[in-house]
Design a protein around this ligand. Structure first.
Ligand code: HEM
Length: 143
């Protein structure tokens, strides 16, 4: 068994699931911010958001780091500049957005959302703007 290829395949599967959730959750917040707290629609959005975060996004993020860490061990990527730049975008960028999305889910659950649909539309673009340089750094390894 080629452990490098297994680690890379599991890494690609994990970050794909993580990104799918990061692209979808803020979109749910756009529509959720336009319904009345306590309404039936509000309850349905709360269930969808809680399940998306707990069943897909959080486990997929953990998988991305576990299998990414395995790749770091196998390739000694910690010695390379591209990986440092990638980790800055992943940890502070993608991790930061992940933290914000978790907080906003709790605000919706408490009926205390303060952000507008326009705010969530803009936030919805941020994971994509981070994903592009992360992938180019990982594939091209430019420095
Ligand atoms: C949003 C998060 C992430 C995305 C989108 C991502 C994406 C990628 C991509 C596209 C590759 C290249 C695969 C290939 O060449 O076929 C890769 C490789 C790699 N990733 Fe990630 N990654 C993420 C997070 C991480 C994390 C958190 C770590 C470490 C803890 C990590 C460590 C690595 C390593 C070491 C490689 C290089 C493997 C090699 O030398 O071919 N990645 N990643």
């Amino acid at each position: 068994m080629n452990s490098y290829l297994v680690a890379e395949a599991l890494h690609i599967i994990s970050f794909t699931a993580w990104m799918a959730g990061m692209f979808y959750l803020p979109r749910l917040y756009v529509y959720h911010s336009e319904v009345a707290p306590g309404s039936e629609a509000d309850q349905i959005f709360q269930v969808m958001e809680r399940r998306l975060l707990r069943i897909i996004i959080n486990p997929a993020m953990i998988g991305t780091f576990v299998f990414g860490g395995w790749l770091v061990y196998l390739t000694e990527a910690y010695k390379q500049g591209w990986w440092h730049a990638k980790m800055a975008l992943v940890v502070f960028g993608m991790g930061g957005v992940h933290g914000m999305l978790s907080k906003y889910r709790k605000d919706f659950a408490k009926g205390q959302n303060r952000k507008s649909a326009k705010f969530y539309r803009i936030l919805n673009e941020v994971p994509t703007l981070l994903f592009i340089p992360i992938v180019f750094l990982a594939v091209l390894k430019p420095f």
